[in-house]
Design a protein around this ligand. Structure first.
Ligand SMILES: CC(C)(COP(=O)(O)OP(=O)(O)OC[C@H]1O[C@@H](n2cnc3c(N)ncnc32)[C@H](O)[C@@H]1OP(=O)(O)O)[C@@H](O)C(=O)NCCC(=O)NCCS
Length: 304
């Protein structure tokens, strides 16, 4: 039966009959990705018209999502095709639908994070490399605040971390001033996505920064993290890592060298390189964060 492209809906997240490896969640798990049903649900809720799937015999065998951050930035994620359906042009069709959708919204720049497998596909479609970044992981052996190193204890007290807690779903989690600082750091408005993410995350906030940690399929995922300086960032991150036994994943931005140093200090090791790419439009309008030194962890490869 021919494969049909259509919009993804929340109904597609229901377990599908008969085939254990079909459907969005099964596709991301099959690829070894860390996203959960909650991650998929947020993507679909953020962009109900902008997530696409290809159905074959009633099963979703390919997916792509888009997320828009104001007019400045459109993000493409969750580009997945079931192994049995690859090399038939499905990803190319899905990408074209995602690009067309974002162009219809008139976003200035279209961007994504590519795996080595996805990179040639995106290059054929006109995406160009901005920079590479590193996925790092940590088993539980992270030095925690209060574990006997007095300098860390003092630093944490000085930071006066306001809170670390799971947020009730109906409560705004991030202050307007932190959202404004994030907007300035990124150069685009991702407030709606951050609020949704915070509702599903452990959140550590300080007047000069925030950090989030959320459950993943295989590991706790650290990010996003935004802070005006490294001292605030490291205290917030330590606080979150102390709240869970791990393991943890931390996607370290390639345009903030102090984030890489911090990850190493906290015992995280690189496990793979990924590629941040932008669609090379005419005239080129390449997006760059206003203050990359304030962004210490990305939100998710599917979100930037
Ligand atoms: C990357 C991925 C999405 C590509 O999906 P796909 O549907 O196989 O992609 P396409 O079919 O559109 O293109 C792949 C190749 O098949 C070729 N192709 C397309 N239609 C074809 C056809 N009818 N017959 C033969 N080859 C074809 C394309 O030219 C392309 O060739 P190239 O790799 O030499 O450039 C898929 O491999 C995947 O899900 N990988 C795991 C998850 C992942 O890494 N995703 C990317 C995240 S950034």
């Amino acid at each position: 039966m021919p494969e049909a492209l259509r919009r993804l809906t929340l109904d597609d997240l229901r377990p599908q009959s008969g085939d254990a490896v079909a459907g969005p969640l099964a596709l991301s798990a099959l690829a070894g990705w860390n996203q959960t049903a909650a991650d998929w649900r947020r993507l679909l809720l953020d962009s109900p018209d902008g997530c696409f799937g290809i159905a074959c015999d009633g099963n979703i065998v390919g997916t792509v999502t888009t997320t828009r951050y104001g007019q400045q930035l459109g993000w493409i994620g969750m580009m997945l095709v079931h192994p049995d359906y690859r090399r038939r042009g499905l990803a190319t069709r899905l990408m074209q639908a995602a690009i067309d959708h974002l162009r219809d919204q008139d976003v200035a720049t279209i961007r994504l994070d590519a795996t080595p497998q996805g990179r040639p596909l995106y290059e054929r479609l006109g995406f160009r490399l901005d920079h590479s970044w590193t996925r790092t992981s940590s088993e539980p052996a992270v030095a925690l605040p209060g574990d006997g190193r007095s300098d860390e204890r003092t630093a944490l007290q000085e930071m006066e971390v306001d809170r670390t807690e799971r947020n009730p779903d109906d409560q705004p989690a991030l202050s307007e001033s932190l959202l404004a600082a994030d907007r300035l750091a990124l150069g685009a408005d991702r407030s709606a996505m951050l609020r949704r993410l915070a509702a599903d995350s452990k959140l550590a906030c300080h007047s000069n920064g925030y950090a989030m940690l959320r459950p993943g399929r295989t590991a706790w995922y650290l990010g996003p993290v935004m802070a005006t300086d490294t001292e605030v960032a490291i205290s917030l991150i330590r606080r979150l890592l102390a709240s869970q036994p791990g393991p943890f994943l931390w996607d370290v931005p390639g345009d903030n060298p102090s984030a890489a140093n911090m990850a190493q200090t906290l015992g995280f090791s690189p496990i793979r390189t990924l590629y941040r790419m932008s669609l090379d439009d005419t005239p080129p309008r390449v997006f760059a964060a206003n203050q990359p030194d304030r962004l210490f962890a990305i939100a998710d490869p599917a979100l930037g």
